[in-house]
Design a protein around this ligand. Sequence first.
Ligand code: FAD
Length: 608
Amino acid sequence: EANKARVLYWFRTDLRIHDSPALQAALALDQEIGIEAFYPIWCFDPQYVWKHRVGVNRWNFLLESMSDLSTSLTKLNPKQKLFVLRGSPEKVIPLVFKEWGITHLVFEKDTAAYARQRDELIFSLVKERFPHIKVIVKHGHNLYDPEEVIKKGNGGKVITTLMSWKKAAAKVADAPARPVPTPTSLPDPGDTSIDITRADTKPLEKIKSENPAWTRRANKPIKDEAGSGNAMEGPFAKLDGLNVNREIMDDEKFDCFDTIAGPDKDFAVPTLESLGLGKATTHIQGGETEALRRLQAFLDDAVGVATFSKPKSSPNSLEPSTTLLSPYLKFGCMSVRKFYWDSQDVCDKYAREHKGATMTKEPENLAGQLEFRDMYYCAEYATAKYERIEGNSLSSRFIAWKLRNKYDKDGQLIEPRPRGDEVDEERFSAWKEGRTGFPWIDAIMRQLKQEGWIHHLARHAVACYLTRGQCYISWERGTEVFDEYLLDWDPASNPGNWMWLSCSAFFSQYFRVYGLESFPSKTDKKGAYIRKYCPELAKFPDKFIYNPASAPISVQEKAGCIIGQDYPAPILDEQKEKARCLARLKVAYEVNLHGDSPDVMNGTAEDK
Ligand code: FAD
């Protein structure tokens, strides 16, 4: 029908139907001009995947979240589902614009660096080739739009403290927006056939050549080096319908149009198997349904919500001592504003009913946690090259970490990477694989690999150990391992927290190093957590659980585990390396303080 809307709703960071301002805006078109066809899509972006090391557990979480969303869409309209398109957005989206006669493109705003470049390209495409299409973008992934907080609230400057974030956010709004209603129905999709012979990429080449953002996009996939797992061998090696292999990495050659709808031509959510991946090992299930269930379970315990205190939660409890909502926030299965306001409402009610009761304040309380998340999004928004050391203005305290990444003049990671000496390489691999000989570190790294989630203070412990605590290895390498293993891996929170923990930015108390025995034993004297994730140590007496190498051989024999044989001996001397790291950090801080750091930058000042 003339003048009615044909809407392409592009799901990206918002795999949910509750509290979605973008989805609400898309559906509001029905009242405004009527909707003739509504296409909810997900677009697999090979470029994005190649740039990351997504491990099997995060893939699994994503696919479960997509399936759950698809089911919810079908519940709103039996003719609806999530239409999964295989191929780069800048190629696939113009094709469906044409084939499906789209008049409106709607999506949730994504302020991360890569997403901004991708979206710029889409905006240029619309402007040049589809000027009749109206693009509607709504923010909904944060408490406040990071772009507004930086631009309106902080004069475009970067933010590195929660206090400055709060001040800047207050200039944007008095409080985060309240959640919007969940839709109760959806319009029908239109015809979904696609004639791929009509695909025309010529104008795209022109736009790409004129769009500097495009040339900055990394075409090359990240290769994995020895000792660093093989996550990239699996994903997309034979992604169903994508016809991609590791040789066809050059985007010019990459053509997916013949398989855009998947092997059965039905736009189905792919399976792990069809992606050439093995089985997931995590017990954490993806999807909005599970996110809402977890949130409700948390809210049901009003005392728990009112007294939630992050620093007091335990990093090594067998059941998570925090909400474990981070992966759901990452994929947008959980709205951050709903999380914020529902918790706030429980706290307010609790305060009314329990006059004078002690309640946790910011930043330790839940609101504070969500604000930290927003702060990192703002820092990422305002910092070029945020995820790396070279050229990153935030991480300007140059510290001569081992195994730092190097980049060529176009900003591409130089591979193979500069190798460290054997000791550094071995320390890095042992850390990643959970075989350092320090049960506390090994248990955490094994939980991370197995479940895809670890407690915040456990992240502190392993990040501190790898960087400024003992190994003196670049935080960039730590972020990459977390990228592979974490379900909640996030382009803002992950590098940001690594910079914090390594005292490269945000935080500077480098002399505060976590003890590998003293810290975990505060919350787990008997080492139940160690026994779970390092089962070879299960029979050690409590006294030796954090330092099994110190047990007499008779104790080791009785425990059925000989150190150095059945479980590694510690690969380094905790105290000696801590002292070396402290000395190096002290030098780096002094040099940086005087604004004169070439030696440190070039790595010649290390180990002196
Ligand atoms: P809760 O304590 O229940 O907090 C609620 C929510 O607040 C979290 O889900 C999260 O979204 C947010 N939040 C809490 N603390 C932080 C924080 N320090 N930074 C940012 N957001 C926070 N979080 C990620 O979401 N993705 C990452 O890639 C990530 N990488 C990290 C790397 C390191 C080295 C460290 C030290 C922390 C990292 N974090 C990351 C932050 C934090 O550890 C997790 O968000 C948190 O542990 C998730 O568990 P939860 O949902 O139970 O948190």
